[in-house]
Design a protein around this ligand. Sequence first.
Ligand SMILES: [Zn+2]
Length: 448
Amino acid sequence: MYYYFSSLYHSLIPQPLLSFLKFANKLISNFKLTRSFAGGKITLYQPINLYRKFTADYIFTGHEILPGNFVLITNPEGQVINIVDILDAGDNIQIFKGLLTPGFINAHCHLELSHLKNVIAPGFGLVNFVQQVMRNRSLVEEAKQQAMHYAEQEMYRNGIVAVGDICNTPESITVKKQSSLHWHNFIEISGFIDAAATKRLADGEDVCANYYNNNLTQTSLTPHAPYSVSKTLFAQLNQATTNQLISIHNQECSAEDELYQNKSGSFLDLYKNFGIDIDGFQPTGKTSLQSWLPYFNNKQSIISVHNTFTSNVDIDFYKSHSIATKQTESNLSLFFCVCINANKYIEQTPPPIELLRKSNCPIVIGTDSYASNWQLSVLEEIKTIQLATANSIPLTEILQWATINGARALQMDKTLGSFEKNKKPGIVLIEEMNNLTLTNRSTSSRIL
Ligand SMILES: [Zn+2]
């Protein structure tokens, strides 16, 4: 494939200039000077490189970290052709200092809450946080759109290529239609009063239809949280989401377990403050996860978000539940999303990462929203994970959570998550590392 550069008639070019052009052609290998004898016409062509070639100190493939003697080859649009030894890669290789990784997957965000940056003070717990979010939701439309646009741009720049985004309204449609990120839109349904379930579901279906009508078809209904979805609404959502991908905020604080185990704890204050009558709520005597998970038995794939207070008993329960509903671990029906900076912001408790690892739970990473984070950056989440675990987890493993696991969780792994042939996962450069450990100064940026 050649790009037409210019066309000149042979007879119009003085001989010295022609000689010079031929000489320059030898120097600049990208230029080819061809001569059509039939028409006496000289044409200068500039070839477009069929391939782009990248190498760095390390290349993380989505599965493993390769040393610097490998080269990632893509087509001009970034579709992966191959990874080859540098000796077989030819010339025109772009060389970077640092680590190249496929684009990051942010498995949990609320773009709609981007205007709440620095609005809610950190460290006052989940019940306070929920009340603050509800009070601050309304803001002039233009400011909200602007905040969402900045948040989307920030995510693009720092290497996020896909987002699992919680939506309560159609407000983020405008930004998403112009976005070069991939989105799974989780239309969030809540309602703790049983009698309102049908209406709440219908409202959510209307929002869902709005996304579909705007060609944002990777969109599904999703429950908000165990403390905000009634028994009837859970049952209706189970029917409405057969074979679909859903997400739920799970065990973000210990009060959630107290509510389900004893109908006690600080959520009772929340309901009181909002005038929600919970007389009809029957505690199950079990933890939150053990109470909500059995509602979903229609082959849903689930991203369970936060899991801050998830215990080994809960994980055993999930495993036996998976087997009972024929959703075995092998098809990864439940992903555990950690949003460690948001946990620090709200409850100041990190998620049980070691427990999740030890139990072979598939882990993915989310930033949550600007309401509860200082930035929307998967790299910053990885830094905090490394800090919280004293650098005991190999970077390869955490990068898998941030790339291929996230792509599988969002069902986008046909195109994203790894440098495998024909995928177009985006290429991200991590700089300022100390060997294979991130430092405070480490940055990530999108290079393709
Ligand atoms: Zn959230």
